[in-house]
Design a binder for this molecule. Sequence first.
Ligand code: ATP
Length: 357
Amino acid sequence: MGINMIKEKKGVRLDHISKIYKDPKTGKDFYAVKDVSLDIEPGSFVTLLGPSGCGKTTTLRMIAGFESPDEGEIYLGDEAINELTPNKRDTAMVFQSYALFPHYNVFDNVAYGLKLRKLSKEEIHKKVMEMLDLVELSGMENRQTNQLSGGQQQRVALARALVVEPSVLLFDEPLSNLDAKLRVSMRTEIRKIQQKVGITAIYVTHDQAEAMSISDKIIIMNSGIVEQMGTPQETYYSPKSEFVADFIGEANFLKGEVIGKNLIRVNGIELESNTGTLEIGKECKLVLRPESVTLAEDGIVPCEVVYSCFMGSYQNYHVMVGDTLVKLEEYNPKNKKIYQVGDKAYLNFERDTVFAL
Ligand code: ATP
């Protein structure tokens, strides 16, 4: 089957892109996106991730051509595309609301872009059927779209975007209208289809689990700027800022001081820890992931248990280290000592699982 239809894989490059909007309340201009530079590799799946209002959708819409940047240039492959209208851009967008034509059946929804391009009837039929096969909707071509489930409608939207053979596929929170379970299965589907087709994909979400599970690289945005771009592992294990550490997964922060190269002091205790480029003598924060810390009778940092709850696969603890709350998850609690509220204990962790910021 002719699924391998990408003419040429193209990357996307944003070169110092900014977008300025007027705040409707104050009437003042502000940067919704500020000086963003990104290099998205051909054929990769990248996610723009961040809290509401951080500028993800605006960035995606500038790539699609629905908004134009006030500063900077966008490239698709080697071509500067700022001046091109959306339909001239070789990109296709899948929207949160699906944006299907309600009076068309499935076949005609998918065929729409091909008809505009004036392909022959036979060609249209062949391509649409191939696409419906790819998104596992074969046999549904005559259904009206209002007779489909949310997940099926999103598959139609995906087929409609892919059928015109764009070089880059853009997704604007495509799964947020689906229930939690379907969201999880659809994200796996989208990833599988993207890999099968080999297309470059740029995906907007505010759900970090979705971003982790689907992406080659995650771009974490905050207040219009890019905080970090990296693989899910890089952003989890080597976050560049407290914001990233807190946004990707759970994190505990213990106040400390850098007292030497890869040496910090926390609560009067000297610890080896990766200090990166931190200056000696400066304050820092030790980042502990909940799953990399255990409780024991003896150990590195003394603490007191203030919450203890059995969760099945793990025991959930909250402990106080001085005046700082630390949350941890102790897996396989059945074979371990269970600490109760009020117990004194120690935190233990593998030194290479913690780092300082
Ligand atoms: P969400 O997850 O809520 O969709 P987002 O990260 O996608 O958020 P954007 O939609 O890109 O954020 O918006 C970035 C900022 O720009 C927000 O403060 C938003 O209110 C503002 N904004 C977006 N569009 C406009 C507009 N047309 N005019 C004025 N301000 C706008």
